[in-house]
Design a protein around this ligand. Structure first.
Ligand SMILES: *Cc1c(COP(=O)(O)O)cnc(C)c1O
Length: 217
């Protein structure tokens, strides 16, 4: 395990899928990891990271960005509308857009600030009541709403149910993206990123396999 192992496995998965390695971005998910582990991965040259909480990212990334100015951080966890402005300052992409109210807030901020992070719509492919994400049958309408508001929508994201084969969910997400003419697919985590690559992932979100198990607390 570790960055170089995961990089090698990702390159191999791309080769097996007949895809170029630069078609898939590796997001190193640094949530809850000790600073030293994040620092070590930065020093190995990795520059793309994922965080799932705005507050945690705000405490952690400004200092790292001062030291490593070319770093990108993506928000992969839920976003409340009242944290959207803060998210604009911190993140280069938001993977968790999932409802009209948030879309409208982001559009207003984009208008005010003159820029907007890249956006991904999170789709609740397993239709799990406790999970964030737009339902598959409502995804096309939310895509249309983003486009009507001129937002930089890059693709879709999903987190498959823990107890189901992820392949079905990756395939469903890819179908919804294709019928909407979207290229970006944020899918695949430590346990299933190679499979996600086979289904067309453009962004895999890998945490524990790079950094080690998350320390509780
Ligand atoms: C934590 C997290 C990941 C990474 O999970 P690992 O199993 O540690 O690779 C990926 N995506 C999201 C949305 C996460 O919250």
């Amino acid at each position: 395990m570790g960055l170089s192992d995961i990089r090698a496995r990702l390159d191999k998965a791309c080769a097996e899928a007949g895809r170029r390695p630069d078609e898939v971005q590796l997001i190193a998910v640094s949530k809850v990891q000790p600073q030293e582990r994040v620092q070590a991965v930065l020093e190995e040259g990795h520059r793309l990271f994922g965080e799932n909480r705005v507050q945690e990212a705000a405490g952690k990334w400004p200092a790292f960005k001062a030291a490593f100015p070319d770093v990108s951080v993506h928000l992969i966890g839920p976003l409340q509308s009242n944290k959207a402005r803060q998210a604009f300052d911190l993140f280069d992409a938001i993977h968790s857009v999932d409802r009209p109210k948030l879309v409208q807030t982001l559009a207003r901020l984009a208008q005010e600030t003159g820029f907007c992070p890249d956006l991904f719509l999170q789709v609740n492919t397993g239709e799990e009541p406790q999970k964030a994400g737009v339902l598959p049958q409502d995804a096309d309408a939310l895509v249309a709403e983003c486009r009507a508001l001129d937002l930089p929508l890059k693709g879709l994201m999903c987190i498959p149910p823990v107890d189901e084969a992820p392949a079905l969910h990756f395939a469903l997400l890819a179908r919804i993206a294709a019928r909407n003419g979207l290229d970006g697919l944020s899918m695949g985590m430590s346990g299933d990123f190679e499979q996600a690559v086979a289904f067309g992932a453009t962004h895999v979100r890998v945490g524990s396999a790079i950094f080690g198990a998350r320390v509780a607390g």
